[in-house]
Ligand binder design. Structure first.
Ligand SMILES: *Cc1c(COP(=O)(O)O)cnc(C)c1O
Length: 359
């Protein structure tokens, strides 16, 4: 089986974990602080705050920006549910935007239509590792007191006009096992704002800035030294991992049948291919053929978030046609760093036979 994702754990990670275990300092501490410094330097952000997941990174950022009941937060409906649930946990209302039919990222036109006097934030998602059209999004939000929080959980090392995503405005990263770098579970916040950084640190640790003084509502979103040690070893490999993903994606772009539609690259964007995604008319049949051929393939995502049971129950009966169409046709193919050229030749071959049988 050629898996869709594969965590690449080597001797470096194992040794780093053993070092922490042998030290006895396993809870949050020095290793976490080192990992934060290294991640901030890598991204080019002033601060990095390590947390327990990408979900809690988004939650802490919303708390730090004081998002509360009565506020609206605009999100794309083509994303993982974790982009949206932290908004509900803050008591605020998610407002779903449609996506661009070519890039599959949040549509700036749709954002414009969804902005109201209650809009407090927009969470663009750099879907599959492709940066959003941030110039257009910042232009829309300008002069309206709307915060932009980037969901960079699939975009570690992705760039927009030569700068890493997460270097210019608050962003959330995930280190779940399938992501471009992993700590098993884990997350990171980046920001250039001292006040937001401090607020995220308090949100992560029960609202404390002084021990046992609960200044405001917080929670436990902390990362352990064990996870941080794995993270530092992975961060050293991130660029080479991304280079391999880009090379694999390029091979597929060149060798898949020309009729297969893929993401259009946004102007100024460096895509780091967390996922390599195509559209196919007869998607479910194609998924079956691929998986039966030993190529693990999945739909990310089969249902737009607003169409899922929770959000239907909450009254989200809007129609977002581009996302709904993409969800019915979308399919991702393996391009992670352990995929070999032989695997890619085989994937291209199976895709060719799928397309021939469909036409
Ligand atoms: C993975 C992911 C998250 C959540 O990250 P976790 O670490 O799993 O909590 C959020 N948004 C997107 C787009 C993701 O892919």
């Amino acid at each position: 089986m050629i898996n869709i994702a594969k965590p690449l754990i080597g001797e470096e990670e194992k040794n780093a974990v053993m070092e922490v275990l042998n030290s006895g300092q396993i809870s949050p501490g020095k290793k976490v602080a080192e990992f934060e410094q290294q991640f901030a330097a890598y991204i080019g952000a002033k601060h990095a705050i390590a947390v327990s997941s990408g979900t809690t990174a988004l939650k802490a950022l919303l708390m730090a920006h004081k998002i509360k009941q009565g506020d609206e937060v605009i999100v794309p409906t083509l994303t993982f549910g974790a982009t949206v649930s932290p908004i509900l946990f803050c008591g605020a209302k998610p407002v779903f935007a449609d996506v661009d039919p070519d890039t599959f990222n949040i549509s700036t036109k749709s954002i414009q239509e969804k902005i109201s006097p209650h809009t407090k934030a927009i969470i663009p998602v750099h879907l599959y590792g492709l940066p959003c059209d941030m110039k257009a999004i910042t232009e829309i939000a300008k002069d309206k007191n709307i915060t932009i929080i980037e969901d960079a959980c699939q975009a570690h090392g992705a760039e927009y006009f030569g700068k890493k995503v997460g270097s210019e405005r608050p962003a959330a990263f995930s280190f779940y096992a399938t992501k471009n770098m992993t700590t098993g579970e884990g997350g990171m916040i980046t920001t250039n704002d001292d006040t937001i950084a401090k607020a995220c640190q308090r949100a992560r640790n029960h609202g404390q800035s002084v021990r046992y003084e609960y200044a405001e509502l917080g929670y436990n979103f902390r990362m352990t030294n064990i996870h941080a040690a794995i993270g530092m070893a992975q961060l050293k490999k991130l660029d080479s991992f991304n280079t391999a993903r880009i090379k694999n994606a390029k091979f597929l772009l060149e060798n898949l049948p020309k009729s297969v539609k893929t993401q259009k690259i946004t102007a100024g964007a460096k895509h780091i291919y967390h996922l390599f995604t195509v559209l196919l008319k007869n998607r479910d049949k194609a998924l079956q053929v691929l998986n039966e051929s030993g190529i693990e393939s999945n739909a990310y995502y089969p249902i737009p978030v607003h169409k899922t049971k929770l959000y239907q129950t909450l009254g989200h009966n809007e129609t977002l046609p581009n996302a709904e169409k993409i969800c019915s046709e979308v399919l991702s193919l393996p391009v992670h760093p352990a995929v070999t050229e032989e695997d890619l030749v085989y994937i291209a071959e199976v895709m060719k036979s799928i397309c021939e049988s469909q036409s």
